[in-house]
Design a protein around this ligand. Structure first.
Ligand code: FAD
Length: 417
C-alpha cells in the first residue's frame, strides 16, 4: 500500500466540499478534494434554488461568472386537491436567490477551488475512512492510503462512510426524505410566456397536498433559462406504507391540471433521485471528533419549510466554519462553536421544532388543501345554493376537521414556520 499526505482531505465535491476546498486552498493549505462522480455535481440533486448570501461571502463577484440560471423574482405556493389549486403568488422587489442546475454549478465551484490551488480528483470513490487508535488519519482509495491532519467529510445525506466508521448512527426514517426530479427542456420564449417572466426573471413554485397524494412532503417547480426543474419530495417514513411509489407520484403530479399545461411540449433531459435530511437540529450528529469534521447534508444541515428548502447555503456556511477553524490553526473541537456563531445555527435553531410539527400535523398535507379547495369552490361556483356569509361557509367546512385541531395546527404553524 502506497501513502500520500495532505493537511486536509475533503470527501465529496458537493456544495459543502467544494466550498471548503476553495477557502482552504486560498489560505495556502494543502488540500485534496475527492469526488466519486465523473464530474463534480454529476451525482448531486437540488430542487434547486440557491440563496446566495454565503456564496457572495466566498466569491463576491459570483454573479458575473457562476452558472446560475434565473433570478427568482416570483414565488408561488399552491395547495393542491386532486383537480384544483389554491395559489399564493408573490413578486419580489429584491430577488435574493437563483435557480441553478447542480451539474453546472458544482463543476464551476470545484474549478474555483482548483484555481485557488486545491488538488481536486473526480471519479475517485473513497472506500473507507482510515482510523488509527480512535483517530481518523486519512482515507482509503482503491487500496491506497491517503493521509491527512484533518478529514472533512462532506459525503452528503447518504452518509455511508461515517456510518461505517461508527462516527454517526444510521438516520431514522422519520428524519429523512427522498426526492425525485426531472429537468424538462423548454424554449425560453415559451417558458417566459407561461410563467409571465421577463429577461432573467425566474419562478419558484412549491406545492402541498395532491403533489404527494396527501403524504408529508411536497412538489416543486423552478424555472431555469431553458428548462424546468420539476419534482416531488416525500418523507421516507411515509413511503414505507404508501401504495404509490415516488416515481409514480411524480408522474401523477405531472398530470395535475395545474402542472400539465406548464410542461406541455417540454422534453425530458435529466432524471434523478436523492435523499435529503429533514430531521432538524435534533438529528444533527456529533460534528467533530479526533481528526475529522462533518459538513453539509452529512451533518444534517438542511431545512425544509414547505415553501422553501435550504440545504445548499447551509452547506456553504458549514464549510466556512470548518475552513476557518483549520485556517486559524485552532483545535478541530472549535468547529461547533464557530457554527453556533453563524447564521446556519440561527436557521437550524429557528426551525428546530418544524420536523416534529410536520409529523404531528399531517393535515397540512391532506385535509387542509382539500378544505381550501372546497371553500374557494363554494365562493366562486356556489351560485346554485342559497348564499352563506363567509364565516358560515368557513365554519361549515372547518368544523369537519374540528376547531381544536384547526387552532392547534394554525398556532403551531405560525409559531414554528
Ligand atoms: C429533491 C431535492 C431538492 C432540494 N432542493 C433544494 C433547494 O431548492 N435549495 C437548497 O438550498 N437545497 C435543496 N436541497 C438540499 C441540497 O441539495 C443539499 O442540502 C446540498 O446538496 C448539500 O450539499 P452537500 O455538499 O452537503 O452534499 P451533496 O451535494 O450531496 O454532495 C456530496 C458529494 O459527496 C460525494 N460522495 C459521496 N460519497 C463519496 C465517496 N465515498 N467518495 C467520494 N465522493 C463521495 C457525492 O458524489 C457528492 O458529490 C434539495 C435536495 C433534494 C434531494
Amino acid at each position: 500500500m502506497t501513502e500520500s499526505r495532505f493537511a486536509v482531505i475533503i470527501v465529496g465535491a458537493g456544495v459543502a466540499g467544494c466550498s471548503a476546498a476553495l477557502l482552504l486552498a486560498r489560505a495556502g493549505i494543502n488540500t485534496l478534494l475527492l469526488e466519486r462522480g465523473s464530474e463534480a455535481g454529476s451525482k448531486n440533486v437540488s430542487g434547486g434554488r440557491l440563496y446566495t448570501h454565503a456564496l457572495a461571502h466566498m466569491v463576491p463577484e459570483f454573479a458575473a461568472s457562476a452558472p446560475l440560471e434565473r433570478q427568482i423574482s416570483q414565488e408561488k405556493l399552491s395547495l393542491l386537491s386532486s383537480d384544483s389549486a389554491v395559489t399564493l403568488d408573490y413578486r419580489h422587489p429584491t430577488p435574493v436567490s437563483y435557480s441553478l442546475l447542480r451539474a453546472r454549478f458544482d463543476a464551476w465551484l470545484m474549478a474555483q477551488a482548483q484555481a485557488a490551488g486545491a488538488h481536486c480528483l473526480t471519479g475517485v470513490q473513497v472506500d473507507q475512512l482510515l482510523l488509527q487508535q480512535g483517530r481518523v488519519v486519512g482515507v482509503q482509495v482503491a487500496g491506497e492510503a491517503l493521509l491527512a491532519d484533518c478529514v472533512m467529510v462532506a459525503e452528503g445525506a447518504n452518509s455511508l462512510l461515517t456510518e461505517q466508521a461508527g462516527l454517526q448512527p444510521k438516520p431514522a426514517a422519520n428524519t429523512m426524505a427522498i426526492g425525485v426530479k426531472e429537468v424538462l427542456a423548454l424554449a425560453p420564449e415559451r417558458l417566459e410566456e407561461r410563467f409571465s417572466l421577463e429577461g432573467n426573471q425566474g419562478c419558484a413554485w412549491l406545492f402541498a397536498g395532491a403533489a404527494t397524494q396527501g403524504k408529508i412532503g411536497g412538489g416543486f417547480l423552478y424555472t431555469n433559462r431553458q428548462s424546468l426543474s420539476l419534482g416531488v419530495v416525500c418523507h421516507l417514513s411515509e413511503l414505507a406504507d404508501s401504495r404509490v411509489a415516488l416515481p409514480q407520484m411524480l408522474q401523477q403530479f405531472k398530470q395535475h391540471p395545474t402542472i400539465r399545461p406548464l410542461i406541455k411540449q417540454s422534453e425530458l433531459c435529466e432524471y434523478s433521485a436523492h435523499l435529503l435530511p429533514e430531521g432538524g437540529l435534533a438529528s444533527v450528529p456529533k460534528l467533530v471528533g479526533n481528526g475529522y469534521l462533518l459538513l453539509g447534508d452529512c451533518a444534517r444541515f438542511c431545512v425544509n419549510r414547505g415553501y422553501t428548502v435550504r440545504g445548499m447555503d447551509l452547506a456553504m456556511l458549514s464549510a466556512q466554519a470548518a475552513a476557518e477553524t483549520v485556517i486559524a490553526g485552532r483545535p478541530l473541537a472549535d468547529y461547533p462553536q464557530r457554527l453556533q456563531q453563524s447564521t446556519l445555527w440561527a436557521v437550524m435553531q429557528r426551525y428546530r421544532r418544524l420536523p416534529q410539527i410536520m409529523l404531528r400535523s399531517p393535515h397540512w398535507f391532506n385535509r387542509y388543501p382539500q378544505l381550501a379547495a372546497k371553500v374557494l369552490n363554494e365562493m366562486f361556483c356556489g351560485d346554485q345554493q342559497p348564499p352563506s356569509a363567509l364565516y358560515q361557509l368557513l365554519w361549515r367546512h372547518a368544523r369537519q376537521i374540528g376547531l381544536k385541531q384547526l387552532v392547534k395546527d394554525t398556532f403551531n404553524g405560525m409559531r414554528n414556520l
